[in-house]
Design a protein around this ligand. Structure first.
Ligand SMILES: Cc1cc2nc3c(=O)[nH]c(=O)nc-3n(C[C@H](O)[C@H](O)[C@H](O)COP(=O)(O)OP(=O)(O)OC[C@H]3O[C@@H](n4cnc5c(N)ncnc54)[C@H](O)[C@@H]3O)c2cc1C
Length: 365
């Protein structure tokens, strides 16, 4: 009998959580460690901010998924890994020993010292922060003009800016929305995509500032790298994510971004009893974008490989796809789609995204 620990109940662990009986049938015990009862699906997070979805429509009750199937659920987080002793240290002070462990602890928005967190600063991860922001904006008096700043010119920042406008509109609020896009809006995508968003956002009075970077934030004031300062009622940080420092601090082999360095089997390159899925890993063969698509695709493989490793059987490789479909929810009932260099936009694009996302929710909820 072996002890499997699942650390984090993110997008890559959902199949494992759903099929825990496969471990119990073979006589293993399973513990799930997560700081949160719910896991929010990032693909629908901007739609939650924009009042398109309710919180209960976009989250998985991972505590219930674990406990109803007979696993132990610990409302806790892992702070250190001691691979030589096969031991995990938790923030509560408790320690756990494992035979095999799988990590799906995601990624974080980096907050540098020049940014002082307060109740008006919302890093876009964890996704539940978008719900906190929505609640906060909804208690402001309807007549108050809000000044909102989104930092980041990538897909997440664009979706957040578009859905902030939707939130203001559908709740009868007024406000200025400014997206600080860094070097260039949607810099890693075709010009057509950027041009489409620029045009749409101009129409919806969302200001985009390119060649502009955040240099600091404190007490409701945003400082930009050209020396200008802005007063704001809310700042959304969407300037990129990286894995937590957990693996590096525990002395495990990590990639450049501090993600757990894994081989094609999603197994730590130096500690074979440790596995990882989603944003927290660094795939040794080639770097993978931090997108949920890969986390979702890793689900069945993690199940197969964890069962195989506990049984001493050979493991299967993960073959990441080179291209993936990206659909932005721009918050006006439309979507913008990117697939292998092609860009399409329209109401049907949002409907397609909504259908894909709801199907994913139904599969695991
Ligand atoms: C606004 C926004 C929109 C996005 N939209 C899309 C999209 O449409 N399509 C797409 O493909 N990608 C999208 N992404 C990217 C996507 O969010 C990530 O790639 C995805 O969340 C990765 O999933 P994950 O399970 O690895 O991590 P996460 O979703 O971050 O989940 C990690 C889990 O681990 C838990 N955890 C963290 N630390 C610990 C610890 N120490 N101990 C125990 N548990 C821990 C957390 O509570 C959390 O439940 C979006 C990102 C953002 C910010």
């Amino acid at each position: 009998m072996s002890h499997l620990i699942l650390v984090g109940g993110g997008h890559a662990h959902l199949t494992l959580l759903q099929r825990l009986d496969e471990f119990f049938r073979r006589g293993h015990t399973v513990t799930v460690v997560s700081p949160d009862r719910y896991h929010y699906y990032s693909g629908m997070g901007p739609g939650l901010l924009g009042n398109t979805y309710l919180p209960q429509q976009i989250r998985f009750d991972i505590q219930n998924m674990a406990v109803s199937r007979g696993a132990t659920f610990l409302h806790d987080s892992v702070t250190n890994i001691q691979p030589a002793k096969k031991r995990l240290m938790l923030s509560s002070g408790q320690t756990l020993t494992y035979d095999t462990a799988s990590f799906n602890v995601g990624s974080e928005v980096v907050i540098p010292p020049e940014v002082e967190p307060d109740e008006a600063l919302f890093p876009v991860k964890p996704i539940v922060n978008l719900e906190t922001a929505r609640q906060r904006l909804l208690v402001t008096p309807a007549g108050q003009k809000l000044r909102l700043v989104v930092v980041g010119g990538g897909p997440a920042g664009t979706e957040v800016a578009g859905n902030l406008r939707r939130l203001l509109e559908c709740t009868g609020r007024h406000g200025e929305i400014l997206q600080i896009a860094g070097h260039r809006l949607l810099a890693n995508f075709p010009d057509r995509m950027r041009a489409h968003v620029l045009k749409q956002f101009a129409r919806r009075q969302i200001d985009i500032r390119e060649q502009s970077h955040l240099a600091g934030y404190a007490g409701g004031r945003v400082l930009l790298d050209d020396g200008s300062e802005l007063e704001t009622d809310g700042v959304f940080l969407a300037w990129g994510v990286r894995p937590p420092a957990l693996f590096r601090k525990s002395g495990l082999s990590v990639g450049e971004d501090d993600g757990l360095l894994v081989n094609r089997m999603l197994q730590s390159v130096d500690t074979p009893e440790l596995f990882a899925g989603g944003d927290c890993l660094c795939f040794k063969e080639r770097p993978l974008a931090k997108v949920g698509v890969y986390a979702v695709r890793q689900n069945p493989l993690l199940l197969e490989n964890l069962l195989a490793t506990l049984a001493g059987q050979p493991l299967q490789p993960f073959n990441p796809q080179r291209h993936y479909l990206l659909i932005l929810n721009t918050g006006d009932g439309r979507g913008v789609l990117h697939w292998r260099g092609h860009v399409l936009a329209g109401r049907w694009v949002f409907r397609l995204k909504d259908r894909i996302d709801r199907k994913f929710m139904r599969k695991f909820q």
